[in-house]
Design a protein around this ligand. Sequence first.
Ligand SMILES: Nc1ncnc2c1ncn2[C@@H]1O[C@H](COP(=O)(O)OP(=O)(O)OP(=O)(O)O)[C@@H](O)[C@H]1O
Length: 782
Amino acid sequence: MGPGAPRPSGRGVRRASPLPLTPLHGRMAAAEGRERGKAGVGAPHCPASKVVANMGDEDWDTEILKPHIPSFVPVFDKDTFSSGANGDAFNRASDSSEINDVPTRRDQFMRSGFPSGRSLGNRGTDASDQSSKRENLPTMGGFGPGKGFGNRGFSSNKFEEGDSSGFWRESNDYEDNQTRSRGFARRGGYQDGNDSEASGSSRRGGRGSFRGCRGGFGLTHNSESEREDGPQRPGGFFSSRRTGLVDPAGNGDNFRGRSVGGRGGYKGFNEEVVAGSGRNTWKSEAEGESGDFQGPKVTYIPPPPPENEEAIFAHYQTGINFDKYDTILVEVSGHDAPPAILTFEEADLCQTLNNNITKAGYTKLTPVQKYSIPIILAGRDLMACAQTGSGKTAAFLLPILAHMMRDGVTASRFKDQQEPECIIVAPTRELINQIFLEARKFSFGTCIRPVVIYGGTQLGHSIRQIMQGCNILCATPGRLMDIIGKEKIGLRQVRYLVLDEADRMLDMGFGPEMKKLISFPGMPSKDQRQTLMFSATFPEEIQRLAGEFLKTDYLFVAVGQVGGACSDVQQTVLQVGQYSKREKLVEILRNIGEERTMVFVETKKKADFIATFLCQEKISTTSIHGDREQREREQALGDFRCGKCPVLVATSVAARGLDIENVQHVINFDLPSTIDEYVHRIGRTGRCGNIGKAISFFDPEPDSHLAQPLVKVLSDAQQDVPAWLEEIAFSTYVPGFSGGTSRGNVFASVDTRKSYQGKSSMNIVGFSSAQAPNPVDDESWD
Ligand SMILES: Nc1ncnc2c1ncn2[C@@H]1O[C@H](COP(=O)(O)OP(=O)(O)OP(=O)(O)O)[C@@H](O)[C@H]1O
């Protein structure tokens, strides 16, 4: 069957299979003997290339549909890191088992402020197009360059603390987590409630239809969403579902103990279910190790990060567009915002911090840093929304460290329970590790000790790290709650709580854990701590939930263009049907050559499949997704970072936060289910003033719901909008859609309090970040 040949049914890979993914197992195992020694280009980094001889197109559906019982037997490695060499009780690896008529619609569409016809397709050189764009895009024409911003206020505050019911009510109102997740993701007004879910499900290949069908393991949601740090899954019948596919290290351990570590093991009937977020069934990670929920024991101990100064301060160069940050509009809303600073010197940080900033190669503040640093230094709570790759991490780390230094935080002694002054949470393991490395860099030479803990690693290792002293705890939510539950972390001293990728941290996937965290005994109330939230996207619904975590007078900083897509990323959308995608991908990758490229797919299974396929095509590829063991994930990321494997196939687990040098391309082989996820994904390139390219395959069948927001994001970032995409957007137009929460404003996101509160008491100021005036002195916005 050729690439364009009709298929018996829709997207093969979205079908649920009652058995573990087997296509590659069987084929690989059988082919291994035949092909050993005939490694292709990708072979050293991707053993799959040596075992997949000729995986033709026909294999795609056949293999997915035809389940096999995997024939390999798990082998339990002796974990070299767990030998107990340190004489550490935790270190011993024990046995592991681990809408109506068309004209009307179009009229409405036009009236809604969407750009019309070809005007969108041009890049603004034509004056009439420009004016048309402005006319038709009230969202952009709300204020033009040079127009001032000013005081908007509110009279009633819907963010009064104490009403925590909103969060939970929200949760219960939804039929299930996916419904809720997708509702949020669609960003208000586009579609509502059930319609949204229903259409969402059908669009994405019947996502909802597998709910609760977990093959005897109960109702735990197990979507393809890359929620980190969920419960350890039990082994058993389904335990060996892993593909045993790519071991980037070429360790030859494809069949090594797949049911043993990390996130391995079980995956049920609905493994193809896709969701933007995750599920709210939280179970202690420890249950997989020591609780009733007997599952695989995790023995992986990540290698310690390099200790030499050069490695600690290694950084990449800011790009040619770094200075353009100064022209980005910034909006600060809330009461009595402190003035922005223009230079690091103005921050008046201590000498050690200044030295570290210099060694890190930072000479100039980014906009989010100009505004956030003084706000945090002033002790205010903050919700900050700034485009991807614009330095949000340092924006919170530097002022926190400055405070800790000022307050004379001392090195904590070795003890059984540590009481960190700061807790930072992020949704993925790799991201929290990256934040930890940044914290370590900026705290270098101080007595402040950052520690990182995350799932997929040995719990004992996390505990040991903490016991040695912990001032700043960087953690993924599941592992954090485990450690707190084990009383290895006391919360009484917490002065700073940071939620990076905060919209993700508060959605249905992680929201419940975050809620537990802030209500855990000993956790200082929001009035007693400083709570800081950062992200490139902030749906309104999530902002409302966030009010529960923040003091009522929190400040909201919004930096950047509408939709938050980084304008340094050149976005291209190609219409590619599912059966042409692989061919197109190979064509593009061959043109790209050795430049580092991230390829995003929607499911874990597909990530493995595409990675294998690319290896077979002799394109050196590795993969990262939530069903790979943590060891493999880190190896894959390492191989990608160092250029050993210039192509990384990933699910959305790698969409947020990852800061990898020289990623020049992002390819959305599958578009994500939400526009926010799209913004985060393409933000893996074009970082810190560097330029990047994003190519997205748009398959009208499953992706039509994205046409409208995509047109908005593209046009707001002054990108070409294909005529066919506009047509699809017209035809799928939903009345009332204005592009979503953040799409009706020049800023990346808007402070939802503006919608609820009168003009009397809320200051909203906006200006380009190079001016950085005292916000309260600035001219009125409206
Ligand atoms: N002032 C600065 N000068 C030079 N480099 C900087 C500066 N601030 C941050 N960087 C660098 O820019 C890169 C991106 O920063 P960071 O990862 O914090 O972005 P981000 O806004 O958190 O992105 P994302 O939304 O994707 O999480 C990092 O390599 C960081 O070290």
